[in-house]
Design a protein around this ligand. Sequence first.
Ligand code: PEP
Length: 246
Amino acid sequence: MQRKLVVGNWKMHGSRPANAELLAALLGARPFGADVAVCVPYVYLNETAATLAGSDIRWGAQDVSAHEQGAYTGEVSAAMLAECGCRYVIVGHSERRAYHAESDALVARKAQAALARGVTPVVCVGETLAEREAGETEDVVKRQLSVVIHQLAHCAAEMVVAYEPVWAIGTGRTASPEQAQAVHAVLRAQLQAATGHGAAMKILYGGSVKPDNAATLFAQADIDGGLIGGASLKAADFIAICRAAG
Ligand code: PEP
């Protein structure tokens, strides 16, 4: 079994004192037995890098521009993230798809921009409740992923995929381990068919992962770790989830 990966998504939360406290707690709780990273707001990247440098905890961002550079006010490029030492960047999070109208094609271009600068994209896919109830889950996630696979071409095996059912994000409603595993198996098969390296690729589950459900989710054959939102802001909860992955 491959080593698991747990990525915290702080979203638009944090402050200097709160971040310092959280990161100190994480550093003090190592080793986890799993790979761990935190994806923080852009403005905290340098401080996070300074705090985590020399440790085995990685850091990253929550979005990236599809453009290399230029007159794109407010955007942050993959080269800038690389300069800040980012190992990961989340792309295609459902909050960005929903509130910033990000299309599958834009998400794919962002993933490509990240990889071109050596930053691993954590590509989020997931269905809405209406899509699940209409029996469209498999079609939706396969469509979202296929656009990225096509764009990345021979580099597709280098991405990390996160299955995040939209109805489970921040709602306290988690996909059952069986529901999550079923979708992960579909994604694994799609990655294997496209890249030939599906078994070695990481597919994370995200959506209301908590200390009390993490171990069961991570025990599923095709769940290689988690993308953790709310619980990544509470040191004790995030540490417990990271330990459950170890
Ligand atoms: C997320 O934001 O990626 C997420 C999974 O959030 P939560 O864990 O709070 O559901």
